[in-house]
Design a binder for this molecule. Structure first.
Ligand SMILES: NC(=O)c1ccc[n+]([C@@H]2O[C@H](COP(=O)([O-])OP(=O)(O)OC[C@H]3O[C@@H](n4cnc5c(N)ncnc54)[C@H](O)[C@@H]3O)[C@@H](O)[C@H]2O)c1
Length: 446
């Protein structure tokens, strides 16, 4: 992969902290408009070609929890980001539920055997190590627990989306994000669209009025089926669930949370607020294991007469579409694609010259923020997008209208305290009971 010269990067970490991270989506709309205006002013004042290699030559010790497809990918992205900035990475420790996974990553990166940690509690030992940065890439069920351990241990954090599978977990991540802020830790999430030049440009333009006021839109992740794993003869429940995690909503949050979150995150980002209500339906046509749906269709009401239609599907041989599209009073735009706007040419939209690979750019932002001592923190935004997707899932599983307040503030709502079972603690305590395969929620009864 081509590595861009470091002086071609704009300072996206400052950009993010000013524009994205500080705009709590729980803020009322009035405040959001004010904040966007302030953010717009702040970014206009930024030098466009800020050199991000300041303080090059640093060495960071990194630990990885979850040595699967994305964990290994994130580690490679992290190393590439460090190289682009002139820093060095030592992969100091790894943790995985399974020995073969951990061993393979350790071997590749020269991690000694005594710094390989296994099982559901292995992450705890890893957090005790003198590492500067931890990458968290297990299935989503474990994210709040691992995030808590990382924040308590004072590590800078990259964590994959989604960051929870239930409202209790998502709110915990929001709270811990505030603790991380107080500790001056950087927290970057695997919502790579927020680190992609085309998306950053469009979001900036929209926030500065390029398409007027957003009045509606669609977001979708419709694609083919993912892998699934049959249970091995005599296999324990915890092992089966870890291997087959994309089939169980208790492990993944269901695919509206696990995959479609990316597009819902863009909707929240562009609109500057989470939805107020969700109503939808979904079902299951082809899955052979687990308890997830195959498809969802949700009407998210963002208030002020703005509706975003969300759809996601994991059924091979059907029409595929992964995108976001927003209609405004004065134009329209795709999330990171074509924008129709008469105003665009007159707006001073920065170039946001990010790394060509947004997965690498995430780690450039993380490392750069640490070196500069300007922590960035995506905990709240990714947790609120996770909560948005969870809201859609509950609406479809139950057939009910679900309000943001049911999950975020209304402590007597039946969904406020929803915590799925088995939990991360069950894995650590050896009390996992796998949900039944092929038993799915029935709307109206669930
Ligand atoms: N940002 C993106 O585009 C993107 C892409 C793919 C996956 N992801 C996310 O990354 C995460 C991991 O996905 P993946 O595709 O790598 O899955 P995977 O199954 O390939 O890897 C998960 C790894 O975590 C390990 N693990 C499970 N429980 C553990 C525990 N308690 N402690 C330590 N290790 C544990 C597993 O053994 C496995 O090696 C998911 O949250 C997924 O949504 C994000």
């Amino acid at each position: 992969m081509k590595i861009l010269l470091t002086n071609q990067f704009t300072n996206a970490s400052i950009t993010e902290s000013n524009i994205i991270m500080n705009n709590s989506l729980i803020l009322p709309r009035r405040n959001f408009i004010k904040n966007v205006a302030i953010a717009g002013a702040a970014i206009s004042a930024l030098p466009l070609f800020n050199v991000r290699a300041q303080g090059a030559g640093k060495k960071f010790k990194v630990g990885l929890v979850g040595c699967g497809g994305r964990g290994n990918g994130a580690l490679e992205n992290h190393i590439e980001a460090a190289k682009a900035l002139g820093h060095e990475i030592e992969v100091y420790a790894v943790a995985d539920f399974f020995q073969d996974r951990a061993d393979a990553t350790a071997k590749k990166h020269g991690v000694p055997a005594d710094r390989i940690y296994l099982g559901a509690t292995g992450y705890r030992k890893l957090m005790e190590q003198p590492i500067d940065i931890v990458l968290l890439a297990t299935p989503p069920i474990f994210r709040p627990t691992h995030f808590e351990a990382a924040v308590n241990a004072g590590k800078n954090i990259f964590f994959e989306k989604p960051v929870a599978v239930d409202p209790v977990g998502a709110r915990k991540v929001i709270e811990l994000g505030e603790v991380a802020k107080q500790k001056g830790l950087s927290v970057v999430a695997g919502t790579q669209r927020r680190h992609q030049g085309s998306y950053l440009r469009n979001q900036f333009a929209v926030a500065n009025g390029a398409i007027g006021k957003i009045v509606g839109g669609t977001v979708s992740w419709c694609g083919g089926k993912l892998w699934f794993k049959e249970r091995n003869p005599g296999e324990a429940d915890d092992s089966y669930l870890v291997r087959n995690w994309t089939s169980f909503s208790e492990m993944s949050g269901d695919h509206i949370v696990e995959q479609h979150l990316h597009n819902l995150d863009v909707a929240n980002w562009f609109l500057g607020r989470p939805p107020q209500t969700a109503v939808g339906f979904g079902g299951r046509a082809r899955r052979q294991t687990g308890d997830q749906f195959d498809f969802f269709s949700v009407d998210f009401n963002y208030g002020e007469d703005v509706h975003i239609h969300s759809m996601c599907r994991q059924v091979s041989g059907t029409y595929g579409n992964v995108s976001e599209f927003f209609t405004g009073t004065e134009g329209n735009t795709f999330g990171g694609g074509k924008m129709s706007s008469a105003k665009l040419a007159s707006l001073k939209v920065p170039e946001f010259k990010t790394h060509e690979n947004p997965y690498v750019e995430e780690h450039i932002a993380l490392l750069d923020s640490i070196v500069k001592g300007q922590p960035i923190n995506a905990a709240r935004t990714v947790a609120e997008s996770t909560l948005t997707a969870i809201m859609g899932r509950i609406a479809c599983y139950t057939g009910s209208i679900v309000r943001w307040s049911d999950l975020a503030t209304k402590t007597d709502s039946p969904w406020y305290n929803l915590a799925l079972s088995p939990s991360a603690a069950d894995f650590e305590n050896g009390t996992v009971v796998a949900p039944k395969d092929n038993v799915v929620p029935i709307p109206g009864e669930a």
